[in-house]
Ligand binder design. Sequence first.
Ligand code: AMP
Length: 189
Amino acid sequence: MARICVYCGSNSGARPVYQEAARELAAVLLRHDYELVYGGADKGIMGVIADAMLELGGKVHGVIPKMLCEKELAHQNLTELHIVASMHERKTMMAALSDGFIALPGGYGTLEELIEMITWGQLKFHDKPCGLLNVDGYFDHLLAYLDHATAEGFLRVENRKMLLCDDTAAGLLRQFEAYSAPKVEKWAH
Ligand code: AMP
């Protein structure tokens, strides 16, 4: 069974549209027969997507550091909850368990996790798809920054294109299934 990792806010966001998008993504993941891998918390958008998957009969794998678990932030009803020693161990396990990576709206944690995965992809440590679900234009400023980095010569066009983006979950999953990693090496001239 294939699994998609979703990085998303431990807060709920200022508008209901973010929670609605998380529920919609859960439904689309299930329609494509994917299981969910995520950070294991029951708070914010993280809790919303986990609950939506479980309510629809899907499987959810959480990976949470012991320290956060002890603060009672862990979801208690997941299919599987991995408790790990550190944030580094968590990210490594989430990456190994998953066949692709999606960011829903979130803050520092969400951005850091997704950017780490696309960085590993760019260096060819993996060839799995990474994408943004651009709910109501939430990531427009990030996309503008990445276009700027490309125009200024810090990001290759091929590597810029690796980051998939769609404003609907169904559209993003279609792009995931058509994805193949670029052949060019990041350091080639
Ligand atoms: P943020 O976007 O800053 O809210 O961080 C969310 C991301 O970082 C999630 O994908 C989690 O993997 C991780 N994270 C941040 N805060 C928590 C928390 N309180 N409990 C569990 N994971 C968290």
